[in-house]
Design a protein around this ligand. Structure first.
Ligand code: NDP
Length: 403
């Protein structure tokens, strides 16, 4: 039985809070705070209708550390679940340190003026969290999150060491819009337009954004073009699996998405450099995000499946030589919407955020300091994935997949 305080009221938060309310035996008291109170109230109303559970709501600017500390002291949670944006990670961690409360998030800290996607800022909090006797769990979404847990599960049960790892993220959903992103547009476009980086022979190798394209036939979706890009779990996976020769991340994009993005980039609309317009300073990417469809409005129209998984090749645990395994989850946009009112991209992130929270509040995953998902026992998390809407399968492939 525990009290949790969730920050942020977007699509991911909506799924996580619905799922927490469906597990009242674990999350007895749920509080939800965000910049726009109205959005918290809408989630609370939907949760009440779906589950009968009451959620307390608050308005907060999570970048105001003293206000966050006051809210935490008022609510007295055992865990703060950060489902706002990556920019708020450090102020929320500061507030948790001051109030002495555990912390969880789904995306690494990003400074507003640089697209870096690295853990350095948050890893630097390790000693302070340790001294305060509290725990921070970083990246408990799908990728990062489940992809890290999938990899560590393979390493616990199938492979002694991993030689190569490919993470394949396919969204086969169609939302019927000309151009829209399935999670926060500003973060999504920063991620996609950043140079690609992959891990090879002990270092990150940088290549131009979206330069490497491969067609792959995804189960429950069909053939799709996927592009190599950087994704933050590569950093923690390389840190905790130093034997890996190569680790890459791939994401699918349709031709229509690429065409729109290329034009927007060419005309400067994806820039994060501030410009002056009629005397007002604006950031083109933030303006673009404001005119694009809100991800939380895409649920009703999105049809199809996501298919996200890891292909790992390495030395088999049973001494039978080199083996290759493919571990994945397939999630239906329609089923996700029916259950929580949100499409599968929010669902596949919100469910693992709930499960990571359950691991922490039940004392199944413990520690003092700042941790990544790779450092925790994958088994109880994998069990909960099967029980709470994200079942996974693992199969042995005939050999390494070359692309
Ligand atoms: P949304 O943009 O839909 O929601 C973000 C929410 O945070 C909004 O409610 C927003 O408020 C709130 N917020 C923004 N700034 C502040 C602030 N200063 N104080 C308080 N609240 C604030 O994003 P998503 O739900 O799509 O994504 C949530 C997080 O999940 C992001 O960090 C994203 O990067 C991460 N993510 C992780 C994935 C993974 O697999 N690991 C996959 C997808 C997303 P307002 O309503 O006023 O704008």
């Amino acid at each position: 039985m525990s009290t949790v305080l969730v920050i942020g009221a977007g699509g991911v938060s909506s799924v996580c809070v619905h799922k927490m309310a469906m597990n009242k035996d674990i999350f007895s008291d749920i509080h939800l705070a965000s910049r726009t109170r109205r959005k918290c109230d809408a989630i609370a109303a939907s949760v009440k209708e779906c589950t009968g559970v009451d959620i307390a709501t608050y308005e907060i600017d999570a970048e105001e550390v003293p206000a966050m500390v006051n809210l935490i002291r008022q609510v007295k949670p055992s865990l703060v679940v950060n489902l706002a944006l990556p920019y708020q990670d450090l102020p929320i961690m500061d507030a948790c340190l001051e109030a002495g409360v555990n912390y969880l998030d789904t995306a690494n800290y990003e400074p507003k003026d640089e697209a870096k996607f690295e853990y350095s800022w948050q890893w630097a909090y390790h000693d302070r969290f340790k001294q305060a006797g509290i725990m921070a769990l970083l990246g408990s979404g799908f990728d990062p999150g489940v992809t890290s847990v999938f990899t560590m599960w393979l390493k616990k049960h199938k492979l002694k060491t991993i030689r190569t790892l490919d993470i394949l993220d396919c969204n086969g959903g169609d939302h019927g819009q000309h151009f829209a992103t399935n999670f926060n547009p500003e973060i999504n476009i920063r991620e996609v337009t950043a140079p690609a980086r992959h891990w090879e022979n002990g270092e990150f190798v940088e290549t131009p954004a979206m330069a490497k394209k491969v067609e792959f036939d995804f189960e429950a979706v069909g053939p799709k073009n996927m592009y190599m890009m950087y994704h933050e779990e590569l950093e923690s996976l390389a840190k905790f699996n130093p034997e890996m020769e190569r680790a890459r991340f791939w994401m699918t994009f349709g031709d229509q998405y690429i065409t729109h993005l290329t034009v927007l980039q060419n005309v400067g609309m994806t820039s994060i450099e501030p410009i002056k317009y009629k005397g007002v300073e604006i950031i083109p990417l933030q303006f673009l995000a404001a005119v694009l469809p809100k991800p939380e409005t895409l649920g009703e129209t999105t049809k199809g499946n996501t298919n996200i998984g890891c292909i790992a090749t390495g030395e088999a645990l049973d001494g039978s030589g080199e083996k290759t395994f493919y571990i994945k989850n397939i999630c239906s946009h329609e089923a996700a919407y029916e259950e929580t009112g949100n499409q599968a991209v929010s669902y596949t992130t919100g469910v693992p955020a709930m499960i990571g929270s359950a691991m922490m509040v039940q004392g199944i995953w413990t520690g003092v300091g700042v941790f990544n998902m790779e450092e925790m026992d994958p088994d109880p998390f994998m069990d909960m994935l099967n029980k709470h809407g994200l079942p996974w399968t693992v199969e042995e492939l005939p050999g390494p997949v070359e692309f």
